[in-house]
Design a protein around this ligand. Structure first.
Ligand code: SF4
Length: 314
C-alpha cells in the first residue's frame, strides 16, 4: 500500500464528523493562541493568551504553511488517491484566518484535483469571520467551502472575557450571521462548566449561551463538558476565580437544561454525544426539545442513566 504523500505536523485535530475526510494542514496551530515554554507546566508550555481551557496547539506556534507547499501536497495526494476523495478538512485550528484570495486558490486546486469532492470544511474563529466581508465568505462558499466549525463556548460576556475568547457574544452573533448570509453551513460548539459551579453564574452562562445559539440558529450545535483535571488550578488562575472547579453531573445537567430551555429557533441539530458529557442527547430543535428536556429530567432522577466517569474523555 502506498503511503499518503502528506506530511502532517502533529498534533492534528479535526471534528469527530470529519473522520472520513482527507486533511490538509493549510495553517499550523491557532492564530488566537500564544504560548511560552514553561517546564513547570504539565505540557511544557504555558498559555500567555488565547482560550484558557485550550491545550490543543500549545506545543505548535501558529504559522501559515507556504501556499506552494500546500498546493504541491494537494497535487501529490490527488495523484495517489485519484477520484476517491469526497471530503476535505482544512486544518489546523483556524484555517479561515488565511486571506480570501489564498483560500480561493486552495479551494480551486482541490476542486480541480478531486473531481468527486462534495464538501470542504474548516475551523473558523469569530475573529476570522469578522475579518471577512459577507461577499468574501460568499465567494469562498461558491468556490467549494461548505461548512465551518466555530467554538462559541459561551454567550456570557463575563465568561468570554475570563477565558480570553477574544470575542463578545454580540461579535459571535455578528460573525456567524455573516457566515449564514454567505450560505455557509455552521456547526457550533459550546462548553458546559466554563462558569464554574456557582449556581447564579452557571445559569447565566447556560442561558446566555442558549440565547446566542438561538440568535445564530446554526445547522448544528454541540455541547461539551469542560474536563481540565490537573489543569484546574491554572484555569482558575487565568479565569481569575480561585473557587472555580469542574461541574458535578447534576450541575452539568442543569446547565444543559437551562441552555435548551431558552432556544426557540427551529431546525438546529443538537448533540451532547461528545465523550466528555455524562448524558448523550441527540435531537432536532424544536420538534425534539421536550423529549430532550425529559431525558435530562430522567437522568437527574436516576444517575444510572449517566455515562460512567471512567468512560468520559476529551
Ligand atoms: S480558538 Fe480554538 S484552537 Fe484557538 S485557542 Fe481557542 S479553543 Fe484553542
Amino acid at each position: 500500500m502506498r503511503a499518503l504523500p502528506i506530511r502532517y505536523v502533529e498534533p492534528v485535530y479535526r471534528p469527530p464528523s470529519e473522520a472520513w475526510s482527507l486533511i490538509f494542514q493549510v495553517t499550523l496551530g491557532c492564530s488566537h493562541l500564544k504560548t511560552r515554554r514553561d517546564p513547570s507546566s504539565p505540557t511544557g508550555y504555558r498559555v500567555q493568551s488565547g482560550c484558557a481551557f485550550c491545550v490543543a496547539y500549545q506545543t505548535k506556534p501558529f504559522r501559515a504553511r507556504p501556499e506552494a507547499e500546500v498546493l504541491a501536497e494537494i497535487d501529490a495526494a490527488a495523484a495517489a488517491l485519484g477520484g476517491r476523495v469526497e471530503r476535505v478538512f482544512l486544518a489546523d485550528g483556524d484555517a479561515l484566518v488565511l486571506s480570501t484570495n489564498r483560500l480561493l486558490r486552495i479551494l480551486e486546486r482541490l476542486c480541480a484535483r478531486f473531481p468527486r469532492l462534495q464538501r470542504v470544511t474548516c475551523y473558523a474563529s469569530p475573529q476570522n469571520l469578522l475579518g471577512k466581508t459577507v461577499d468574501e465568505l460568499r465567494r469562498l462558499r461558491e468556490a467549494g467551502l461548505t461548512m465551518i466549525y466555530v467554538g462559541i463556548e459561551s454567550g456570557d460576556d463575563e465568561v468570554l472575557r475570563r477565558i480570553d475568547k477574544g470575542a463578545t457574544a454580540a461579535q459571535m452573533i455578528e460573525a456567524c450571521g455573516r457566515a449564514k448570509a454567505a450560505g455557509l453551513a455552521q456547526s457550533l460548539t459550546v462548553i458546559l462548566g466554563l462558569a464554574g459551579p456557582d449556581p447564579e453564574r452557571s445559569r447565566r452562562h447556560a442561558e446566555a449561551t442558549g440565547r446566542v445559539l438561538d440568535a445564530i440558529a446554526p445547522e448544528y450545535a454541540a455541547a461539551l463538558t469542560l474536563m481540565l483535571e490537573e489543569r484546574v488550578p491554572s484555569f482558575a488562575e487565568q479565569a481569575g476565580d480561585p473557587a472555580w472547579r469542574e461541574l458535578t453531573p447534576v450541575e452539568a445537567l442543569r446547565e444543559i437544561h437551562w441552555l435548551l430551555s431558552v432556544i426557540r429557533a427551529d431546525g438546529i441539530e443538537f448533540r451532547s454525544n461528545h465523550a466528555s458529557n455524562w448524558l448523550a442527547l441527540k435531537g432536532r430543535l424544536q420538534g425534539d426539545r421536550e423529549r430532550l428536556l425529559r431525558q435530562i429530567d430522567a437522568a437527574l432522577r436516576d444517575p444510572r442513566l449517566l455515562r460512567p466517569e471512567f468512560l468520559r474523555a476529551l
